[in-house]
Design a protein around this ligand. Structure first.
Ligand code: FAD
Length: 520
């Protein structure tokens, strides 16, 4: 049985892992986390998935326990600006379309085409985003009944695969502050925290790590080593030589430049969404936090220089960005061939990463730690457990890659080489055939990437119908069916959206209220 774990790295990945392992195993597992005082964390990574709530529930943290400390806000959707045409926007909401007479409302919409806006016609959340509304009332109640989502009855621990209905929101937060909060959580529960540089990694003749050597704190030995050293992949890729499989042939964005823009949002309001605004060689993210905005330009260095990217980002923000220091980041896109080899598991950027278009970095971390607990070693079947873990983690990343490639192939935007090349570049193997299938029938569980990767068919549908570049055809059978019920449901969506916009507080008011209550 592995009784002691050494985690190298104290970014979001390191501290999420340390806290989670303590929440899972308590004193039965000794956890040491060593992080450098000199090597900074990546300093970005602020938007998450709706399943992140299972992470906090597992740790026993309520929103009031952590949101104010991490300057957190709600995220109901990703808003895509200018991906179809200049001035156009649509949402990818955390909301499944309803089903009418056994057929998805998305199919009915395609058949009836009440407008050009699938999101506005079929989702309540799109209206809440346009009106900058909170998903909770000031007393804390969730907007849920209209969407079929509910708060858990108890705060019992749960994991992502238990999310049966779509929860309507995720969070946006300052990841550096989250790592700080989790440092307190972890050390309070017995994580040994070493602030030092790892200068050497000792590998024995079996290819197992026996200890890591630090500059000032001696050698740290353990049964299992977790590589959370970010893009460096110090333990898994460098010391153990595990190959890295690049995705760059299919996803060319390999660079980013980021800014933290202080912003008072009381007057203008706060959108409850992450914005991805298409640019000449990539896209700019905008993530509203309490007190500032996180923003950055993700671009392909084959099409844009770092100087051009920084100029574009600064121009996007105007005077608000004057005097702010830009953080240039080179991104390693792809995944380690195996994220767990012998007694070393890589979690976070060291395991794999795709551009943050769908906010999947922290989701990959959460998935990895949930799976690590489920596959924790200590018996005769460790080799099988490792294999199963590696398969699951690789599938998640490969699946997300397909979903992201679809964003570029299906985007109607076609106005320069960057956007034109996206339509002809090599695709992951099966995606071309899947897209042909989706043009005849919108994505369903049998036609998307076949393994769990965090995205359901409804997300593919929202992107295809929002991006507008694929010729998708309605189901012929619907023309022979009575559409009264579909009409009624479309009206109901509109009425519910209107009533929620009128009765829910603004996102800003809710977040300000939450912070006031916490005395932050
Ligand atoms: P890092 O933050 O790089 O941490 C590495 C750690 O290793 C540091 O503590 C460092 O001190 C330590 N270390 C390194 N070398 C040594 C050494 N020799 N000795 C001791 N310690 C060492 N994810 C999302 O979910 N949503 C987003 O919106 C999002 N946006 C992103 C935007 C960009 C441009 C990028 C690049 C990433 C984004 N991500 C996002 C991903 C997210 O930032 C990462 O998944 C997350 O921060 C985890 O990083 P990490 O902990 O693996 O690595």
């Amino acid at each position: 049985m592995a009784k002691s774990v050494v985690i190298v790295g104290g970014g979001t990945a390191g501290w999420m892992t340390a806290s989670y392992l303590k929440a899972a195993f308590g004193e039965r597992l000794s956890v040491t986390l060593v992080e450098s005082k000199n090597v900074p964390t990546i300093g970005v990574g602020e938007a998450s998935f709706s399943t992140i709530r299972h992470f906090f529930s597992y740790l026993g943290l309520q929103e009031t326990d952590w949101m104010p400390d991490c300057h957190a806000t709600y995220k109901l959707a990703i808003r895509y600006d200018n991906w179809r045409a200049e001035g156009h926007h649509f949402y990818h909401p955390f909301e499944r379309p309803r089903v009418v007479e056994g057929v998805s409302l998305a199919d009915w919409w395609l058949h009836k085409r009440p407008s050009e806006d699938y999101d506005r016609d079929c989702s309540v959340i799109a209206a809440l985003c346009d009106a900058k509304r909170s998903p909770r009332r000031l007393g804390g109640a969730l907007l849920a009944p209209e969407l079929g989502a509910q708060d858990p009855v108890s705060m019992s621990r749960s994991t992502m695969d238990e999310q049966k209905t779509q929860f309507p929101y995720a969070y946006q937060f300052d990841a550096t502050l989250l790592a700080k909060l989790l440092t307190g959580y972890g050390t309070d529960r017995g994580v040994r925290h070493v602030l030092d540089d790892v200068v050497d990694i000792a590998v024995d003749e079996r290819g197992h790590i026996s200890h890591v050597r630090t500059k000032e704190s001696g050698d740290l030995a353990g049964d299992l080593f977790i590589d959370c050293t970010g893009f460096r992949g110090m333990l898994l890729n460098k010391a153990l030589g595990v190959p890295f499989i690049s995705y760059q042939d299919t996803l060319p964005n390999d660079s980013a430049v980021a800014l933290r823009v202080p912003m008072e949002m009381a007057d203008q309001g706060m959108g409850p969404y992450t914005r991805a605004s298409a640019q000449a060689a990539g896209w700019i993210w905008t993530i509203p936090l309490h007190g500032r905005v996180g923003t950055g330009y993700v671009y392909a260095s084959d099409y844009c220089t770092p100087e051009e990217a920084e100029r574009t980002l600064r121009a996007y923000w105007g005077p608000a960005a004057d005097d702010l220091t830009a953080n240039h980041i080179k991104m390693r896109i792809g995944r380690s061939e195996n994220s767990w080899v012998n007694n070393c598991v890589a979690i976070g950027l060291s395991s794999g990463f795709v551009e943050p278009l769908e906010s999947t970095g922290i989701f990959f971390i959460q998935n990895a730690i949930e799976q690590l607990v489920k596959h924790f070693p200590g018996g005769p079947n460790d080799e099988q457990l490792r294999k199963s873990y590696n398969r699951q983690v690789a599938n998640v990343m490969d699946g997300v890659r397909e979903f992201l490639v679809l964003h570029y192939v299906a985007a109607k935007r076609n106005d320069n080489d960057y956007w034109r090349d996206a339509k002809t570049r090599r695709m992951p193997d099966a995606l071309g055939a899947r897209i042909e299938q989706w043009q005849a029938k919108l994505p369903d569980p049998d036609t998307i990437f076949p393994y769990y990767h965090g995205f359901e068919p409804y997300s593919y549908t929202a992107m295809i119908l929002g991006l507008g570049g694929l010729d998708v055809r309605p189901l012929p059978g619907l023309a022979m069916m009575d559409d009264v019920a579909a009409e009624k449901e479309l009206r109901l969506v509109r009425d519910q959206a209107k009533s929620l916009v009128e009765t829910l507080p603004s996102h800003w008011d809710y977040i300000a209220h939450l912070n006031d209550r916490a005395g932050a």
